[in-house]
Write a protein that binds this ligand. Structure first.
Ligand SMILES: O=C(CO)[C@H](O)[C@H](O)COP(=O)(O)O
Ligand SMILES: [Co+2]
Length: 220
């Protein structure tokens, strides 16, 4: 089954991260948003915290870097032992060189795109990438509403991955909820980040199961 649910700890209780990670043990990945207050107008957490998350997380760690100078910093997150490192296309000088370096360090390599950034330049480069992240909100904050106008980009990306025949995952991040997930899956996404929808639910495990079920129906 291709569908993966990746709760974002951006909406978790940062004072109790170990407990918050344990609550999402039935998820496929945990999504960790790293923000530097330069690439986006928000500041979250950095390498020392990510290293501890890797040690205690019950599921593989998926890092989303919203930082400038990804070429300098992204490899450090791979060295921290995360499963995947996604850097923004807008924050790197050399995406292929960086993706190759991340892979050589044992991490999956992902490229992320702001809603207004074109994905087409990456179509010929898909064999170099383990994941494409199409942002479905402007990066920086959880709890924003889904931007419907990003769906055609998700569909074009899925079509390009199918044409390339690569095993590149297609992640969406921002405004994923019970209301939006089926439409996003219909457009071709297979990895779904959900922060406020999961951590805002009374029963976190039930919410993860519900999101997975709604997306899986489309993929079945
Ligand atoms: O990268 C992000 C914000 O830049 C977060 O991963 C994303 O916003 C998740 O939050 P929500 O599901 O509440 O929209
Ligand atoms: Co994110």
């Amino acid at each position: 089954m291709p569908v993966k649910i990746a709760p974002s700890i951006l909406s978790a209780d940062f004072m109790n991260l170990e407990r918050e990670l344990a609550r999402i043990a039935t998820a496929d990945l945990v999504h960790v948003d790293v923000m530097d207050n330069h690439f986006v107008p928000n500041l979250t957490l950095g390498l020392p915290v990510v290293r501890r998350i890797v040690e205690v997380s019950p599921v593989p760690v998926d890092v989303h870097l919203m930082i400038e100078d990804a070429d300098r910093w992204a490899p450090e997150f791979a060295r921290a032992g995360v499963a995947s490192v996604t850097f923004h296309a807008e924050a790197t000088q050399a995406p292929v060189r960086l993706a190759r370096e991340l892979r050589s360090l044992g991490a999956r390599a992902g490229v992320a795109l702001r809603p207004a950034s074109p994905v087409e330049p990456f179509f010929d480069l898909l064999p170099e990438l383990d994941m494409v992240l199409v942002m479905t909100v402007e990066p920086g904050f959880g709890g924003q509403s889904f931007i419907e106008g990003t769906l055609p980009k998700v569909r074009r990306t899925r079509d390009a991955i199918t044409a390339a025949g690569t095993d590149t995952w297609l992640q969406v991040d921002g405004g994923v909820s019970r209301e939006t997930i089926a439409r996003i899956a219909q457009a071709g996404a297979d990895v779904f980040v959900a922060g406020s929808a999961v951590y805002g639910a009374d029963d976190v495990a039930a919410e993860i199961a519900e999101l997975r079920s709604r997306a899986s129906t489309i993929w079945a």
